[in-house]
Write a protein that binds this ligand. Sequence first.
Ligand SMILES: Cc1cc2nc3c(=O)[nH]c(=O)nc-3n(C[C@H](O)[C@H](O)[C@H](O)COP(=O)(O)O)c2cc1C
Length: 220
Amino acid sequence: MGKSPLPFMTMTDLQRQSLQTPMTVLALNGSLRAGSFNGHALAAAEILAPHGMSMEFSCCTGIPLFNEDEERLGIPPVVELLGDRIRSANGLVIASPEYNFSISGVLKNTIDWLSRLPSRPLKGKPVAILSATAGAFGGARHQYELRKVLLGLDALVLQRPEVLIGNCRAKFDENGNLTDAATQQAIASAMQAFAAWISLLESGSSAVTTDAATHIALAV
Ligand SMILES: Cc1cc2nc3c(=O)[nH]c(=O)nc-3n(C[C@H](O)[C@H](O)[C@H](O)COP(=O)(O)O)c2cc1C
């Protein structure tokens, strides 16, 4: 995907920071739809991310419905591949619509498969969440359910800033370019915070966080 600037914004105004250490982030879309607004949001995130953060793109296409009988025959290669890509990335950005106040079925199905990989690709993985929805709440209800699921898998989810893109049809042009200045700023801030979150965790804090969570679970 090209790095051409969005047509409406100046990079100077958005003050994209430069990272001291380059990092790669995998972007996962929880919508299978061609022309997905969440896909457009991820494309905007690539443009708005700090210099030095490169983004790779993935999706849930081709992931079969989870079935323990199938699992006993072997984890599908498409799931293994996604797990490998998550493991080798510094972080994971998930953008997904809200379906009926909850997580999209394909995204939950994908996470269920990923949770069965012995290598546990989401454990200790820095994750950022975006959502674009037609509704006014920007997918808030889905985001809290997704956070709960990721908590159970020991992913380390960025808390703030939350990026909730409501009324998404009004915020992108017909070519999928993000045209809403406030949303551009929100995504830019989130990607900057995500880079800082990844750096913090890679400096050694992730082990502390995960161990603390384990102690709390054992103490209860
Ligand atoms: C089955 C279904 C359920 C939906 N439920 C919600 C919902 O609970 N809240 C909401 O804001 N939008 C809901 N929508 C509308 C989506 O936000 C909208 O279709 C959005 O564009 C989907 O994201 P995408 O463009 O990335 O595919 C729903 C759409 C579908 C197809």
